[in-house]
Write a protein of this length. Sequence first.
Length: 231
Amino acid sequence: MPQKILIIEDEKELADILGEYLKVEGFEVKICNDGKAGLDYFRAEQASLVLLDIMLPVMDGIAVCREIRNESDVPVIMVSAKSGEMDKVVSLGIGADDYVTKPFSPLELVARVKAQLRRYEGNNGKQKETPGERIRLGVLTLCPGSYEAYIEDQSLNLTTKEFEILLLFAKAPGQVFSKSQIYEQVWGYDGICDDNSVTVYINRIREKLKKQGCAYIKTVWGAGYKLSTEA
Ligand code: CA
């Protein structure tokens, strides 16, 4: 059965163009033109991935994303007209997996859709293989099977992306990762490096660690970041 992409977008022409590109790649496509219709459709019919505009009639994309995240972990790619809106999406931690800012090329978006689907399928497979795996570093514990991270027994409440970044560090303590390496490994799309989103995510993780009195993510000036349990 083809994978179904749900496009929630009120610019009908743009939605149709994206739909055509995705159909050529073998995807089934459903287009909804307002946030509520999109959410209703998702609840009734599900989808393999959601492309979600932010500025939408009836219900905005941020609210739609939150609702979807309460019910499902399918990949969500946010689409926005203004780059400033994306900072909001990231800083609110609403759980989107990736985002693009208009104007973008349909081919770039198709590549990101495929990357997210690969990552999602890969993660689900891995989770089944190692449900009980634990990574422990100092007071930090990561459980890749459940995407939970703890400082002592206090949950850090990380979003999926935040967890994946911390897991990348934790698997290679002391190793320095550049922003583009982090982007490549976590977002899974190696064509474009979005430095800004990496920085925003790192800051979010640091804030959450700091609340528990932990400062394991170090900046290595001019090179990137590393995880170190040393003060
Ligand atoms: Ca719109």
